[in-house]
Design a protein around this ligand. Structure first.
Ligand SMILES: Nc1ncnc2c1ncn2[C@@H]1O[C@H](COP(=O)(O)OP(=O)(O)OP(=O)(O)O)[C@@H](O)[C@H]1O
Length: 526
């Protein structure tokens, strides 16, 4: 479809709401219009819209009309499912005759949400089996335990399922059972090395996402994709974040680290039989020192890393580094399924190395504290004080981002949330009375609906990273693959100040270009 023949946005929205048996709602129309404009302008947009606005259609319609890939990230599985199973199929059907194309959509989750055929067929590493109290659960002809029954059901399900997605299994199984048939990305062998790579459910989901116009994912995967330096999501120019009030805490969670005695012990056991005695002993000794110290730990923030903790962490870090080198250097063909065992040990020890090093380096942009749970015992945790710099650099630089939620404004404006996201609000939103003809799926100027907000609906001014803030604020930068070496770098987002692109037309307050953008003519409404 050519740009000139593209249907106006309001026609598309009308078709979409008619398909769900509804009628236009002013707030929803205004939201769709604002999202379309933000996409068109490559600007960022915050939209607060109360319950009942119909936010999903408010962003899905302009997203589907856009014609290039859009990623939609939600905080909850429930909304992810609602989008993929209900809203998207209906909306695609409704828009198809108008768009004269049928946009594709796909769901993408983190690796551990998909059944791992390698784990299922080859079994869990012995240390995990011992820990879980498993005794050949698959071998038992008629298991009586809940775990054994769940595992047998999972095995049967693996022959039927097309997605391997845990959420497609009803009724569900316990976390304990699922952990026996799934792997984290750290534990995964990689499709090229795995005997089941060609049938892998997680890889298939990624392939489907690469072909989709709209990819639905969750905040955690979005954060991993953005900050861990290993792209999981297909490239996209537009990102829509629903339930955006959750984004900062989800990203903080992904950017945080934890050390517990149990986790360190597990890593020692996994690595011990794969490396030389000296390396294994050093890690064991460091682990015991850490365990002793954690027994005395009192919950609370550590303003400064105490000397004894510093020594213990340095010992852990150094021993872990030696084990990592040893794991890379040695191979033992006598160990069954050696690659998987080694990968798992390496992942566990690398995590210890990274977290210990991060805490020892004591970045002023991190906060470190002890926690104590009745059930899980003591843990040492580290998290960034703020993820605004991270979001600014990793999420907002190269794409247009629309954030929406029922609760984004604090104290009556968007300033607080914009600051926490690394965005600086501009004074006004541009309204263009005399715009060029709209591109595919945009409303024609003459037929533009009123943007008078309905109750419970408000939009932010279009916002962009503030050049001044970017120049002034140091940011925490994450080195690949994780927070192994948090560096504090003073970084200026723009090498040149943002400059007016052209004189504003009649009602335009100003149109600005930001030369730091990878897109040559990125424009920020101001
Ligand atoms: N204009 C409309 N008329 C009638 N139903 C609509 C309209 N727009 C969306 N819906 C339907 O309303 C339901 C809720 O939509 P959505 O999840 O987007 O709402 P929301 O704005 O996020 O608020 P809520 O908190 O109520 O979920 C969906 O089933 C959707 O199909």
């Amino acid at each position: 479809m050519t740009e000139s023949s593209s249907p106006p946005l309001e026609d598309l929205l009308h078709a979409a709401v008619t398909a769900v048996g509804g009628t236009e709602r002013p707030g929803q129309t205004a939201m769709a219009q604002a999202v379309a404009e933000a996409i068109d302008d490559s600007s960022h947009l915050l939209v607060q819209a109360g319950t009942g606005t119909g936010k999903s259609l408010g962003y899905l319609v302009p997203a589907l009309a856009h014609g290039e890939r859009v990623v939609v990230a939600t905080a909850t599985l429930a909304l992810q499912r609602q989008l993929v199973e209900r809203d998207l199929p209906r909306t695609v059907e409704a828009l198809h005759p108008l768009l004269r194309r049928r946009p594709e959509f796909a769901m993408l989750k983190g690796r551990s949400n998909y059944l791992c055929l390698h784990r299922l067929h080859e079994g869990v590493p012995q240390e995990d089996a011992d820990e879980a109290g498993l005794f050949d659960p698959f071998e038992a002809a008629a298991p009586t335990s809940k775990l054994g029954k769940d595992l047998l059901r999972l095995r049967d399900w693996s022959d039927e399922t097309e997605t391997g997605d845990r959420d497609d299994l009803t009724p569900g199984v316990s976390d304990r059972a699922w952990s026996q048939v799934s792997v984290t990305s750290r534990e995964c062998l990689g499709a090229s090395k795995c005997a089941y790579g060609a049938e892998c459910f997680a890889e298939a989901a990624r392939e489907r996402a690469k072909l989709a116009d709209v990819v639905v994912t969750n905040h955690a995967l979005l954060a991993i994709d953005a900050i861990e330096g290993a792209p999981v999501l297909p490239s996209h120019e537009v990102l829509i974040v629903d339930e955006a009030h959750e984004l900062v805490s989800r990203v903080t969670g992904v950017a945080s680290g934890e050390l517990t005695p149990g986790q360190v012990n597990r890593a020692v056991r996994r690595a011990a039989k794969l490396v030389n005695e000296q390396a294994a002993d050093a890690l064991q000794t460091a682990s015991e020192g850490f365990e002793r110290l954690m027994e005395l730990a009192l919950p609370g923030r550590l303003e400064k890393i105490p000397e004894d903790l510093g020594y213990v962490l340095m010992a852990l870090r150094d021993a872990a580094r030696t084990v990592i080198s040893a794991l890379g250097a040695t191979r033992d063909a006598s160990v069954k399924d050696e690659d998987a065992v080694r990968k798992q040990a390496l992942g566990a020890v690398e995590n210890i190395h990274q977290v210990a090093e991060r805490i020892v380096e004591a970045s002023e942009y991190d906060v470190v504290w002890y926690e104590r749970h009745d059930r899980f015992g003591a843990s040492l945790r580290v998290a960034p004080l703020s993820v605004s710099g991270l979001l600014r650099e990793k999420l907002f630089e190269d794409r247009s981002v629309v954030l929406t939620s029922a609760t984004l404004k604090l104290g009556g404006d968007f300033n607080g949330v914009a600051a926490s996201l690394g965005l600086a609000p501009r004074a006004r939103r541009i309204r263009r009375a005399a715009r060029r003809p709209r591109r595919a799926g945009r409303a024609s100027t003459s037929a533009r609906p009123s943007t008078t907000p309905s109750r419970g609906f408000s939009m932010s001014p279009s916002i962009s990273p503030s050049p001044a803030a970017r120049a002034a604020a140091p940011i925490c930068s994450m080195s690949s693959p994780s927070w192994s070496r948090p560096r504090v770098v003073a970084r200026s987002g723009c090498s040149r100040p943002c400059a007016p692109l052209r004189r504003p037309r009649r009602s335009c307050v100003g149109v600005w270009t930001c030369p730091s953008s990878s897109r040559a003519r990125r424009r920020w409404a101001s």
